[in-house]
Design a protein around this ligand. Structure first.
Ligand code: ADP
Ligand code: NI
Length: 213
């Protein structure tokens, strides 16, 4: 489909300015996961889901242009995409984030699917890799035992609290399982969540090894 190809070219090019240069590979994984969920669920408009996944991070810090909705309207409007589809892609872009989307019963099925895919990419083995990559980029510690991991979870991005990357698991990554929208998303999230729990268990076992002697 020509529009998908053109949008893919635009997004991959526009993300090249991002720090690690890997923002585009996250988008590719989210597109693949979203289409997989769509096929399992047999729900939603495929074209809209693919565009929504491709453009879900347009306007955020990883991206060259900073007004996501305006950029989406400009680009998709230029391709003559149906205005109802454009509105839906804008809505996905605006509502997808962790902090804004916690309880959103009116969410369209397209938003629910893309949001599940984006959240899944922050979980499991890939989520762990992304978290330490992000923490390293910010110069954060992998873990700091002086932090209280049992503090109430952080549910608002406006007051970022994570200092170490292990703390970020407790602020966000371990909460994602319960925020999944679709049955397929819940199933995939269960596996990825369990892997993170096993990972942390081993992490603390290694951190504390010697203490019990
Ligand atoms: P996304 O790219 O999935 O839309 P973000 O831009 O918020 O979401 O985060 C990108 C990645 O960086 C995610 O995997 C997220 O878990 C991770 N990340 C965000 N904040 C932190 C942090 N304080 N410490 C470690 N990793 C983080
Ligand atoms: Ni994303």
């Amino acid at each position: 489909m020509e529009i998908i190809e053109a949008v893919t070219g635009y997004v991959s090019e526009a993300m090249k300015t991002h720090d690690s240069g890997h923002g585009w590979l996250h988008i590719e994984r989210v597109v693949r996961l979203a289409l997989h969920i769509h096929e399992c669920e047999q729900q939603g408009n495929r074209f809209c889901i693919e565009l929504g996944a491709l453009m879900h991070d347009v306007g955020d810090h990883k991206f060259a242009a900073h007004d996501g909705p305006a950029e989406i309207r400009r680009l998709l409007g230029g391709f003559g995409v149906d205005p109802r589809i454009i509105d839906e892609v804008v809505s996905i872009n605006e509502k997808i984030s962790f902090s804004k989307g916690i309880r959103n019963p009116a969410a369209s099925i397209e938003l629910q699917i893309v949001q599940d895919a984006d959240r899944l990419d922050a979980m499991g083995a890939i989520g762990i890799a992304r978290a330490f990559n992000h923490g390293g980029f910010k110069g954060n510690e992998i873990y700091d035992p002086r932090e209280r991991l049992s503090d109430p979870p952080l549910l608002s991005a406006s007051r970022p609290r994570s200092v170490s990357t292990v703390h970020h698991f407790y602020d966000k990554l371990l909460l994602l399982k319960d925020l999944m929208n679709t049955p397929t998303g819940k199933k995939l999230a269960g596996e990825r969540h369990d892997f993170m729990v096993r990972y942390l268990d081993q992490f603390f076992r290694e951190w504390n090894s010697g203490n019990e002697l």
